[in-house]
Design a protein around this ligand. Structure first.
Ligand code: AMP
Length: 560
């Protein structure tokens, strides 16, 4: 027996060889805190209430010991897991299938929107584990299509979500069909009064286990609120996407319409996005989830319901495009990132009014959220320049390119050559573009997307939202009159390519680096850097954020 507080290993649990093997195959080296706490009690056969958020390893926390207990029992005395959503049902059944495969355990997911007969057939072929959503399960029980069903272990997963979604009556009705002699386990991120009442009805002398503190209790997630002030939400969001440069992100909206609208906007901008909400067919939802998992899609725009329970370990950011409806939604949204030991960032976008609402919603936990201003246009410019220069610095030199360089050097000197090539690249790839141009054109134009993808602009409409009058000088790739110190090599001189004569002052001559030019300066801390203040109470003094370009007068031409 280990001393309390001493780290446990999976070997400390009384789990069969085949289950230990499955754990090792999954790459789990040591149990998570919730697993350490819960597994011995479940193995001992008692009812358990565990307050744990998703992402903490709760599926294995109930799955591993429950599978151990049903090994050797006939399938009908197996395990039933009830989950609030189809996505979660599929995900939990996949997870349990992994843990039980080498023990001969068969798992079936049962949910609406898919053929009930196919699910029943699969169960009748001898499923030991059924993972079901309440609606479909109750249908099958009431219509007596699910017979010979006497699970010895019943798990209510994400019970708070189940109740929030209005499934209380269905859940209570389901329990009428379940054997009285059973072990019941209830997992929930929060334990509200209705949950406590449900616990009293369906569990017997449960052991209560809470892991974590009164805060968000998930230390791998950083919470940031971006104050919109007078920024437009869409525009601010676009800046945050560029500034945070997520490797994989879920963006939460309040309604299906918001999801659709934002998907259209981001798609027009050329972002690889897809959306998930309740009006989308189950098969498409599954397809989208899989593509997101594989990394074919970088951004998923979703409603709370559709993304609930999604277990994708490498989501780097979640964005609350609008504040969530309640505290549980906040916790569940944030819990889509920072999974399986990875770090994550949960970003909320809102007005100061929404910040107050969030504060009332989350109470003392709001202190864990830091507030930041939306990055200014100048910061955005510098971020983009930095991203651009970093990617150039990482570029491998291709074979044979030196011959081309030598040839070009017969015509132009090296510095001008660099300037020409970079300008060519920028024009071609539309890199380091003026982000507002990009945003405004996308949101104003309803026309079909033209070739050119990311950042490509539809024709300007007179007087329309996208009509910004003459283009501003000095923008990256702007071919207008050359500005001193900008990166623009200026209008070509007569004499054609090669006839460049001596380099003119003011052409691309890096010389000593000038502020406000293309020089991002000494590498400053990244945008995610925290000069943060707690959201409410505590010390409100603000550490100044690092400035990206100290001299505003020399800032590149870039609107606010
Ligand atoms: P869950 O909270 O059940 O949704 O699990 C979140 C993620 O953590 C899943 O991808 C699991 O595969 C992973 N996981 C569960 N247990 C462990 C463990 N002991 N070590 C590492 N990852 C784990």
């Amino acid at each position: 027996m280990k001393e309390q507080g001493q780290e446990k290993s999976f070997k400390d649990f009384d789990l069969s060889e085949s289950i230990q093997e499955a754990v090792a195959k999954c790459g789990f080296t040591k149990p998570t805190p919730i697993q350490s706490e819960v597994i011995p009690h479940i193995l001992a056969g008692v009812d358990v209430v565990a307050q744990a958020q998703t992402g903490t390893g709760k599926t294995a926390a109930f799955g591993l010991p429950a599978l151990e207990l049903i090994l050797g029992k006939p399938p009908k005395e197996g395990m039933l897991v009830i989950t609030p959503t189809r996505e979660l049902a599929v995900q939990v059944s996949e997870e349990l299938a992994k843990y039980g495969r080498s023990s001969g355990i068969k798992t079936v997911a049962v949910y609406g929107g898919d053929s009930a007969q196919r699910q029943i057939d699969a169960i009748q072929r001898g499923a030991n584990v059924i993972v079901a959503t309440p609606g479909r399960l109750l249908d099958l029980l009431e219509s007596k299509r699910l017979k010979n069903f006497e699970p010895s272990i019943v798990v209510l997963d994400e019970a708070d979500e189940m109740l929030n979604m209005g499934f209380l009556e269905d859940v209570q009705a389901i329990f009428q069909y379940l054997p009285k002699e059973r072990q019941t386990l209830l997992f929930s991120a929060t334990l509200s009064d209705p949950i406590q009442r449900l616990i009293r009805k369906i569990l017997k002398d449960p052991m209560f286990i809470t892991v974590g503190s009164t805060g968000f209790s998930h230390q791998d997630i950083e919470h940031i609120f971006y104050d919109l002030k007078d920024h437009k939400r869409e525009n601010a969001f676009f800046r945050l996407l560029l500034a945070n440069n997520p490797s994989k992100a879920i963006v939460f909206c309040r309604t299906k319409k918001d999801v659709d609208d934002l998907t259209v906007i981001l798609t027009k901008m050329g972002f690889p996005v897809r959306c998930l909400h309740g009006d989308i067919q189950q098969s498409t939802r599954q397809q989208v989830t899989n593509s997101f998992k594989k990394g074919d899609i970088k951004f998923l725009i979703a409603t709370d319901v559709a993304a609930r329970g999604l277990d994708i370990s490498d989501v780097s950011h979640i964005f609350n495009y609008q504040i969530p409806f309640g505290p549980d939604e906040y916790v569940h949204r944030a819990g889509r990132t920072g999974r399986a030991g990875n770090k994550g960032i949960a970003i909320t976008l809102g007005t100061s009014h929404e910040l107050r609402k969030l504060g009332r919603m989350l109470g003392p936990r709001t202190n864990e959220i830091t507030i930041q201003p939306i990055p200014s246009a100048k910061q955005m410019y510098n971020i983009q320049v930095e991203t651009f220069t970093n990617s150039i610095a990482k570029q491998q030199i291709r074979e044979g390119v030196n011959d081309v360089v030598a040839k070009l050097q017969e015509k132009v000197d090296s510095e001008e050559l660099v300037a020409l090539l970079l300008s060519y690249l920028i024009d071609k790839e539309k890199l380091v573009q003026q982000e507002e141009d990009k945003f405004e054109s996308s949101s104003s134009s309803r026309g079909p997307r033209r070739e050119g993808g990311y950042g490509d602009r539809p024709p300007r409409r007179e007087g329309g939202y996208g009509d910004r009058g003459p283009r501003r000088e000095g923008g990256y790739g702007d071919r207008g009159p050359r500005k001193e110190g900008s990166f623009n090599p200026g209008p070509r001189r007569e004499g054609g390519f090669g006839d460049r004569g001596p380099r003119k002052e003011g052409s691309f001559n890096p010389g000593p680096r000038k502020e406000g030019s293309f020089n991002p300066g000494p590498k400053k801390e990244g945008f995610g850097d925290k000069a943060r203040r707690p959201a409410f109470g505590g010390n409100r003094s603000v550490k100044p954020r690092p400035q990206y370009n100290a001299d505003a007068s020399k800032a590149p031409a870039y609107s606010k």
